[in-house]
Design a protein around this ligand. Structure first.
Ligand SMILES: Cc1cc2nc3c(=O)[nH]c(=O)nc-3n(C[C@H](O)[C@H](O)[C@H](O)COP(=O)(O)OP(=O)(O)OC[C@H]3O[C@@H](n4cnc5c(N)ncnc54)[C@H](O)[C@@H]3O)c2cc1C
Length: 481
């Protein structure tokens, strides 16, 4: 359902006028309206989503963003915010109608302040995640959000999408890593809440409305991020085991042995590892024999001493009790990176095996083994030969249940069954009271699915909030709602 749009209050404006006024706000060089300049902003790298736009505006300050939004509000011009363009659900790509402007935040990269005593860092929205991590590191701190896309994705995009990644188990998702936010509203007003406070119970915590709203409620221009002590010791193991049930048992054992020192727990299926070994140059299996499943386990500690011993004790106990079949501990930084590369390439290499129908779902952690058995059975029954590549953040109950096409199948015919396979998987997700979007968001991809799975009252509230904050419906229309 489309949000209400109060067009009556808007003044029409010709395209030429709009572009001219945008140029006066952000500078002529920072408005792109030619096809070649705009191309990279109108399609995402996998080519799953393509759009059109009047132009791309590239503001350099919060004031410029505010002026652009005031103009867009006045003229009822839709605005699609974009950061690193790595989103996987098409939220950053404007609609095909071509009426929107793309608002690219990539010029706003300043580190406004770093405060190690308060454990906070105030950064602008266009800073890449990798740079935010590096700035924290330089100050002797850790910013723990970690995604394979971190070289390109931006803090603004991370917060707008409430990104997850591999650090959620220990530190939480993007939402949990923010103390304060600066947001430009649809009418150009600036909500300035760059608070460093850990405790502040003065009414509604508005930042959480904007985090995860995928650019539909406001433009995030800066944030106060939480920093953490830098671990002094990190140990990483690549482990072979028989089943997701054994992996879950290992997670329980690891927590018993080392508690909060478990900072990553990633599930890797045999078929996924085989795809990586086949298609990624230089990749090799650290274990000497094949296993049905694997876990990439990482422990981190503030103490330089003892972590390696605790990991070995855990692995010995797990082997003795039949939980694991084999394990290798990274002996160097390079080997640790090699383990992570095997995990990080799992998604990318699926394209070499033909079409892949993706699912980013979560269920209660205890349900993961049964859930995986159920979807494997149901998908195989519907499409014999389909190859389930289920991998990811077992410690968060978030598994990417991607389905690769049967060997030799026609790619187009396989992908034409996307909705049917989605429906099979999502029905099982619903039976486990899980989520159809654990970390990637709704965007365009799952917009029509949302009302089918979300509580009716929750949908009504979301629409009411959207209407209150963005009455003209100019912020990223066609996404989420
Ligand atoms: C290889 C790869 C691995 C990935 N791994 C993970 C993963 O492990 N976990 C995970 O959660 N995601 C993952 N992603 C998805 C993606 O990287 C994240 O969603 C990331 O947070 C998007 O950041 P971005 O700057 O690229 O945002 P974009 O793609 O540009 O935008 C994403 C959404 O945020 C909105 N937006 C962008 N900037 C702003 C802003 N300043 N204000 C308001 N709205 C804004 C856009 O309109 C869009 O709706 C992965 C993607 C790739 C390509």
């Amino acid at each position: 359902m489309k949000p209400d749009v109060e067009k009556a209050a808007s003044r029409p404006c010709s395209t030429a006028d709009l572009i001219d006024r945008l140029k006066r706000i952000v500078g002529a060089n920072n408005v792109l309206d030619d096809a070649s300049g705009m191309e990279g902003f109108l399609r995402e790298p996998r080519d799953l989503f393509k759009g059109k736009a009047v132009c791309v505006a590239r503001p350099g300050s919060t004031r410029e963003v505010a002026a652009v939004l005031a103009l867009c509000s006045e003229t009822a011009t839709p605005v699609t915010p974009q950061g690193g363009n790595t989103g996987l659900v098409g939220g950053q790509i404007p609609a095909a109608g071509g009426e929107a402007i793309v608002l690219w935040l990539g010029r706003m990269q300043a580190l406004r302040e770093i405060d190690p005593a308060s454990n906070t860092m105030t950064v602008e929205a266009g800073m890449t995640l990798a740079r935010a991590q590096a700035e924290a590191d330089r100050a002797g701190r850790l910013f723990p959000l970690s995604l394979a896309s971190q070289g390109s994705c931006t803090i603004g995009g991370n917060l707008a999408a409430n990104a997850g990644g591999t650090g959620v188990l220990a530190y939480g998702a993007a939402r949990d890593l923010v103390n304060g936010l600066e947001v430009v509203l649809a009418d150009g007003r600036i909500l300035s809440d760059l608070s460093k406070l850990k405790k502040d119970n003065t009414g509604y915590d508005l930042k959480h409305l904007f985090i995860g709203s995928e650019g539909t409620l406001g433009i995030i221009t800066a944030a106060v991020l939480k920093l953490f002590p830098k671990p002094r010791a990190i140990e990483t193991a690549f482990i072979g085991l028989a089943s997701p049930a054994k992996a879950l048992a290992l997670l329980g054992l690891a927590r018993d042995f080392v508690g909060n020192e478990v900072t990553a727990f990633e599930l890797v299926p045999r078929i996924g590892l085989e795809f990586v070994l086949k298609h990624a140059a230089g990749a090799r299996n650290p274990l000497s024999a094949p296993h049905a499943w694997h876990v990439l386990l990482e422990l981190s500690s503030q103490s330089e001493e003892g972590l390696a011993g605790r990991l070995l004790a855990l692995l010995e106990s797990a082997a003795e009790s039949g939980v694991i079949e084999d394990a290798v501990v990274a002996a160097s930084l390079d080997q640790r990176q090699a383990f992570w590369t095997l995990r990080e390439l799992l998604s990318e290499v699926q394209r070499f095996e033909g079409g892949s129908i993706k699912h980013d779902v979560s269920v209660p952690i205890a349900d993961v083994p049964v859930f995986l058995e159920e979807i494997e059975r149901a998908v195989s029954a519907a499409m014999p030969g389909a190859r389930m590549v289920a991998f990811g953040h077992l410690g968060d109950g978030n598994i990417h249940c991607n389905v690769s096409q049967p060997i030799g199948a026609d790619r187009g015919a396989f992908l034409a069954r996307w909705d049917e396979i989605n429906a099979i998987v999502h029905a099982i997700v619903a039976a486990h009271r899980g989520s159809i979007s654990a970390e990637h968001g709704i965007g365009q991809l799952k917009r029509d699915l949302l009302p089918q799975v979300k509580d009716k009252v929750a949908m009504e509230l979301m629409r009411a909030i959207k209407h209150t904050i963005d009455p003209k419906g100019i912020l990223n229309p066609g996404k989420v709602l």
